[in-house]
Design a protein around this ligand. Structure first.
Ligand SMILES: *Cc1c(COP(=O)(O)O)cnc(C)c1O
Length: 389
């Protein structure tokens, strides 16, 4: 954990106490724990948190306290981070490409037993680093669906027609074969999971052996202003129904790798308005900082509330364009944001639902970077959000 992490009952108390010049990222522990508890409780299978969505150690620990005991990692540093913060947790090395020696390090130093390939040539590399007969190896299958914000199968995954041969090669190494796929990220249609699971069922029906583990990936959405997704329960029902048709071993298990759905709701970013010019606000954080995910196609803004001198500011809402603090002209948020018409320099804005793909990718471009991460401890407080439809 950041040794300087401090706690405040509320964002008002934080602003009164620190009057921060830099952006402050607010972790709401009760929201993380509740988010974890409900996802783990409702998803029909084993839940792995995709660490890349937010690798802040405090957040990793809170998700673990909320019941997440499995972690989808893509590098040795991610595995090390999880092991340090959640000693009892299980890490999975779920990427079809890795640094030379990384699989061996994961196996021998961190007890990792689950690996992934999407090409038979990687099996030779794995065999040179780990005793494969003690490992589970997932064959990653390419599937996609038009409702995903980003098609993650354009980079990884073997075509479904090649999966049987790849699974047979995994069996021949002595490893336990398993199947994985990833529909995309910010998937808006539960049908995308149904489609992918049905594709998997067709592939697996043609085999003369049955798998124990099938990993349906991440992509479960959260809602943003102007980008409302169905509730997670609709996704879980689609998975439950489609998975009933999957040929698996009797003790078989479905796995999922949610990143956004677990990490988004519990974090907010408190930023300061540095300059107002008409309907343009210049903030102390931007597209090279906490808002970097907005450069991708998908949602365009976060739910927000305003503060003046530490107190909530209300007022007739009007639309503003929000600019970051750097020299770059592209450092501007794609979507306009509704704020009280009287907003002015020195006011603060709190953006909610911002825990996914935010802290983990901010840069030091132009010298702007904040490492002020605090806890908001009152369970009566929660970050700005829009209601899930
Ligand atoms: C990014 C990623 C995830 C998490 O995706 P979310 O959209 O954040 O749920 C899960 N699995 C794999 C393989 C990924 O690359």
């Amino acid at each position: 954990m950041n040794p300087e992490t401090s706690s405040f009952a509320s964002v008002s108390e934080l602003l009164h106490t620190l009057n921060p010049r830099k952006p402050v990222y607010c972790v709401y522990p009760h929201v993380y724990e509740q988010t974890a508890r409900s996802f783990v409780g409702d998803f029909p299978g084993r839940v792995l948190y995709a660490v890349k969505a937010n690798d802040d150690p405090l957040i990793i620990r809170l998700l673990n306290q909320g019941g997440v005991e499995h972690f989808d990692c893509a590098s040795v540093p991610e595995i090390e981070l999880v092991r340090e913060n959640c000693p009892g947790a299980t890490c999975y090395f779920m990427i079809p490409v890795a640094l030379r020696g990384a699989a061996g390090e994961a196996f021998h130093d961190f007890d990792v037993r689950h690996f992934m390939v999407d090409d038979a040539s990687r099996l030779d590399a794995l065999a040179s680093e780990i005793p494969l007969e003690q490992a589970v190896v997932f064959a990653r299958m390419a599937v996609s669906h038009e409702s995903a914000m980003m098609d993650l199968s354009s980079k990884f995954g073997a075509p479904p027609a090649e999966i049987p041969a790849l699974l047979r090669k995994i069996v021949a190494t002595g490893a336990e074969p398993a199947l994985a796929f990833n529909v995309g990220t910010l998937v808006t249609d539960p049908g995308a999971y149904r489609h992918a699971i049905e594709t998997a069922a067709e592939v697996l029906n043609a085999l003369d052996f049955r798998l124990r583990l099938i990993d349906i990936g991440g992509g479960f959405p959260r809602s943003y202003p102007g980008f409302v997704s169905p509730p997670l329960e609709e996704f879980f029902s689609a998975v439950r129904e489609a998975a009933a048709g999957l040929p698996m071993q009797d003790e078989g298990e479905i796995m999922a790798e949610p990143g956004r759905a677990l990490s988004a709701p519990g974090l907010s970013a408190v930023v300061e308005v540095l300059l107002r010019k008409g309907r343009r606000l210049y903030l102390n954080d931007g597209m090279y900082g906490i808002f970097w995910e907005l450069r991708f196609e998908g949602h365009q803004r976060f739910p927000v509330r305003a503060y003046r001198k530490g107190e909530r500011l209300e007022g007739n809402p009007v639309s503003f364009r929000l600019f970051g603090p750097t020299c770059d002209a592209s450092d501007v948020m794609p979507g306009e944001v509704e704020l009280p018409s009287g907003i002015q320099a020195g006011d603060h804005l709190e953006f909610g639902n911002i825990g996914a793909y935010s802290l983990s990718g901010r840069t030091r471009f132009n010298g702007h970077y904040s490492d002020l991460i605090v806890e908001i401890t009152s369970s009566a407080e929660s970050p700005p959000k829009i209601e899930q439809a």
